[in-house]
Design a protein around this ligand. Structure first.
Ligand code: P6P
Length: 328
């Protein structure tokens, strides 16, 4: 049986297409793939070893930290800090910037991640994911500065996610389309399975936690009622990467609006919303806060939260129209 196109081969062929390419992305994305394989192995045996259960620690947002969150965070740092293309790392699981150690070469990029999103689903065997972003650094000194991280999504040079589900997939874009690779665990290689992903312009799925309806501060309810009238079906996993990935492939819309409890929304701009917005725009979809394009939001702090409406272009436009109608 033919091997198919491995991630390594695809990266090399992509690099050849752009003569100016320095190979930095090739080694960064290879490092991300390696971290993904290690995390996939642990996630897939999480029920068998004592890696579950709360570590008794809370993350910067006051949420209980599952051991696997910490583990995934550490694996990405260990895998990427030696590559020599990063000046710093920021993570949903870390309060401050992680500066590349003195004994590692410093590079021109910064890496941001949600190392294991949806981790509350780990012990009930629901798909979870890692989300990542890469920006070119703006500062010139030896150490990365906060300004290197507080960049709008419009300035992303690469972004993507790993989804640990019925199979483990790596989906990423460097601004030249979205490509998906499925891990073949028998050979430990990511194989190209979804080249040039384009998301349908309209979908049949809307994805939102309707339990919060009475708390929504925008009139998202008007959109949900419109979606029901269009006979859309509701699907909500409660794991952002799982909901996003299904909608990316099949079409649909995911909404996590602001509410009275989370006036800025729950999801993080830098670690979740911006990278997925970059991916969805590259796939022909749309992402916004409901008011402005998501990629234009200027981060004020590294744990900046933002409302997120993302998915098929026509569905997101419809949601924005419903919201703006009530505003006028
Ligand atoms: P709720 C998981 O904790 C997460 O950050 C996302 O993966 C998911 O989409 C969202 O929260 C679910 O939040 O409030 O509906 O349980």
């Amino acid at each position: 049986m033919a091997l198919g196109t491995t991630l390594t081969r695809f990266l090399i062929e992509e690099q050849r297409k752009y003569p100016g390419a320095s190979g930095e992305f090739t080694s960064l994305l290879s490092g991300i793939a390696t971290a993904g394989k290690v995390i996939s192995r642990e996630v897939n045996k999480a029920g068998l070893i004592d890696i579950l259960g709360y570590k008794g620690k809370k993350n910067v947002h006051g949420e209980d930290v599952q051991k696997l969150d910490d583990y995934a965070n550490a694996i990405f740092i260990q895998t990427l800090c030696h590559i020599g293309h990063l000046a710093g790392i920021a993570s949903e699981e870390m309060e401050d910037i992680y500066h590349i150690p003195e004994d590692c070469p410093i590079g021109n990029y910064v890496f941001l991640m949600d190392p294991l999103d949806g981790s509350s689903n780990i012990d009930v065997n629901i798909s979870i994911g890692s989300i990542f972003s890469i920006y070119r650094r703006e500062s010139k000194g030896k150490k990365a500065t906060m300004a290197d991280f507080l960049q709008p999504g419009r300035k992303l040079v690469a972004a993507g996610y790993l989804i640990y589900g019925s199979s483990t997939m790596l989906v990423y874009s460097t601004g030249h389309g979205v490509h998906g690779f499925t891990l073949d665990p028998s050979i430990g290689e990511f194989i190209l399975s979804h080249e040039k992903i384009q998301t349908p312009k309209q979908g049949k799925i809307y994805s939102i936690n309707e339990a919060y309806r009475s708390n929504w501060t925008e009139n998202i309810g008007a959109y949900v009622d419109a979606a029901r009238k269009e006979n859309k079906t509701a699907r909500y996993v409660g794991s952002l990467v799982a909901d996003f990935h299904r909608n990316l492939l099949k079409g649909g819309i995911f909404l996590y609006p602001a509410d009275k409890k989370n006036p800025d929304g729950k999801l993080r701009l830098l670690y979740e919303a911006a990278p997925l917005a970059f991916i969805v725009e590259q796939a022909g979809g749309r992402a916004s806060t409901g008011k402005i394009p998501l990629l234009d939001v200027i981060p004020e702090k590294i744990h900046h939260r933002v409302p997120l409406i993302i998915g098929s272009e026509e569905d997101v436009l419809m949601a924005e129209k419903c919201i703006s109608k009530i505003d006028k």
